[in-house]
Write a protein that binds this ligand. Structure first.
Ligand code: AMP
Ligand code: MG
Length: 353
């Protein structure tokens, strides 16, 4: 794809930023915006030309649906979503509506996407022809302000398709320079991994993609059974789960603890490898082995905090992916701890073996 735009980075404190971004969106252009999960490439969700521009800039397959980002005022309850003509509420049973209202109350605005039966006015281009629509109320003030002053925005992650999601304006620039007119710099993303996707399909609630909000939290707030993706692979319904969706170029090998890593390193003959650790190495032997081999290593959280590890995950993978490594060893945490399931999911999906 040839460069069409001179891409400008705008800062929220500059008076002209919102005027530039709003005008661009209103004329059907796309703008990369910060959200609390990752940066999004936003366009008018009801303008098919704007949606085309998103798919073209990202080189995204048409069957991969986009998430509709909406204003908090239109999304206090499931009834609000129906009143705003986003969803068809007639297909959702009362107990599910009650559960969803509790979930909305607990997590919106925030890093949770709901997949619900779509209203007929939702464009096919947005949903990839599915009979459901994915909705989210982003908490980031820049995203909220833009949506409130324009219209609902389609906003997939602001990376070229199949690559790591960007968590800073600079990462967006690396991905999309020349392809889009504006990036709003809202600093590093607070959450750092994608939203959790909770769907009402086949008469029940299912977690289609683990993310910032854990299955445990969703079960607690909803008070209902939620099936997890592990039990019900949903690749068809959530194309974002396709193996290559979040993949870096470097092949990735997963490990759980330092002794497993030591075993892998002893058998590794790759001259240039990298190691992604959740916490600082505790074994002196490991540290000296890494140093003697000249292997690059990065620690996601000095204080062993999974929330911080998730925040750093994509930026660190991006950094390691740019170093022409032959192999990357990546540590994953236990799935049942906080953001553990999301980290395992996003790291595991990188794997190309
Ligand atoms: P992203 O690329 O991070 O914006 O996430 C978009 C992802 O949301 C898609 O790749 C799907 O996995 C999921 N998604 C969007 N719309 C739907 C839908 N109607 N049904 C199921 N999953 C959806
Ligand atoms: Mg994405």
């Amino acid at each position: 794809m040839s460069a069409r735009y001179t891409t400008r980075i705008l800062i929220p404190s500059d008076q002209d930023t919102y005027r530039c971004a709003t005008q661009a969106l209103q004329r059907g252009d796309v703008v990369a915006i910060p959200t609390e999960t990752v940066y999004g490439l936003a366009g008018n969700a009801f303008d098919p030309d704007a949606l085309d521009k998103i798919f073209i800039a990202k080189e995204r397959p048409a069957m991969n649906p986009l998430i509709l980002h909406i204003a908090s005022a239109q999304a206090q309850t499931v009834q609000d979503l129906a009143d705003a003509a986003f969803i068809d509420i007639s297909e959702i049973p009362e107990p599910i509506i009650d559960a969803l209202n509790r979930v909305i109350n607990a997590f919106w605005p925030g890093p949770l996407t709901l997949v619900l039966p779509r209203h007929t006015r939702i464009p096919d281009r947005l949903t990839g022809g599915l009979d459901t629509v994915a909705l989210r109320v982003p908490a980031h003030p820049v995203a909220q302000k833009l949506i409130s002053s324009t219209f609902p925005l389609a906003a997939p992650s602001a990376n070229r398709s199949g690559r790591i999601s960007p968590t800073s304006a600079l990462a967006v620039y690396d991905e999309l320079k020349g392809r889009i007119p504006f990036i709003i710099d809202g600093d590093a993303c607070e959450v750092g991994v994608e939203s959790s996707i909770l769907a009402y399909i086949d008469q029940g609630l299912r977690l289609l993609r683990p993310g910032a909000i854990s299955l445990k939290e969703l079960r607690r707030e909803s008070g209902l059974k939620i099936l997890s993706t592990q039990k019900h692979p949903a690749e068809v319904r959530a194309p974002g789960m396709l193996q290559s969706h979040y993949a870096p170029d470097t092949p990735v090998k997963i490990f759980r603890n330092e002794s497993e890593l030591m075993g892998l390193l002893k058998n590794c003959s790759t001259p240039k490898a990298g190691v992604l650790l959740l916490e600082p190495p505790s074994e002196a032997e490991l540290l000296s082995l890494l140093r003697s081999r000249g292997y690059v290593f990065e620690v996601l959280s000095e204080s062993r905090d999974l929330t911080e590890a998730a925040r750093q995950l994509f930026a660190t993978l991006r950094k390691l992916d740019q170093q022409d490594l032959g192999l990357l060893f990546a540590q994953v945490p236990p799935q049942d701890q906080g953001l553990g399931q999301a980290i395992v999911f996003f790291v595991a999906i990188f794997r190309k073996e």
